[in-house]
Ligand binder design. Structure first.
Ligand code: DQA
Length: 150
């Protein structure tokens, strides 16, 4: 067990535009604001916070989390609803996975109702805006502690 446990917070496509992108749906906080929320929610952890627009990069980072992290929070954005590759990567993890969405996809268009990630996530937080990341990080930390990983 490492001295300082590591939490990966992975963000998928278009979340780099948070604050500018459809603020009526996703809120006015930027991704940097979200990073701060995550860091404050897990003061005893090292938070490795990342964003990519590329599906394969997300898969690479999930594989990296197998070795480097004790818990994972992921907002896969649109890949939530499409990516079997991401699901397969997440299935290789033995650390807790918490799925996080700013909006509530279940209350939006039908094509957002299905989540591949939900098949492996220990918990899903949705519809709480940027504050949802705080809830997701706390849940991931608690789950890791329950499992004796941190
Ligand atoms: C999202 C919801 C997804 O349906 C959408 O494609 C996103 C963001 C959210 O955080 O609410 O890009 O994951």
């Amino acid at each position: 067990m490492p001295e300082t446990p590591v939490l990966f917070v992975l963000n998928g496509p278009n979340l780099n535009l948070l604050g500018e992108r459809e603020p009526e749906i996703y809120g006015r906080e930027t991704l940097e604001d979200v990073r701060g929320i995550c860091e404050r929610a897990a003061p005893d952890w090292r938070v490795d916070f990342r964003q990519t627009n590329h599906e394969g990069v997300l898969v690479d980072w999930v594989q990296e989390a197998r070795i480097a992290a004790q818990a994972l929070v992921i907002n896969p954005a649109a890949y939530t609803h499409t990516s079997i590759a991401l699901l397969d990567a997440l299935k290789t993890l033995s650390i807790p996975v918490v799925e996080c969405h700013l909006s509530d996809p279940a209350a939006r268009e039908a094509f957002r109702h299905h989540s591949y990630v939900a098949l492996v996530a220990a918990k899903t937080v949705a519809g709480h805006g940027a504050r949802g990341y705080e809830l997701a990080v706390r849940a991931a930390v608690e789950l890791a502690q329950e499992r004796g990983l941190a």
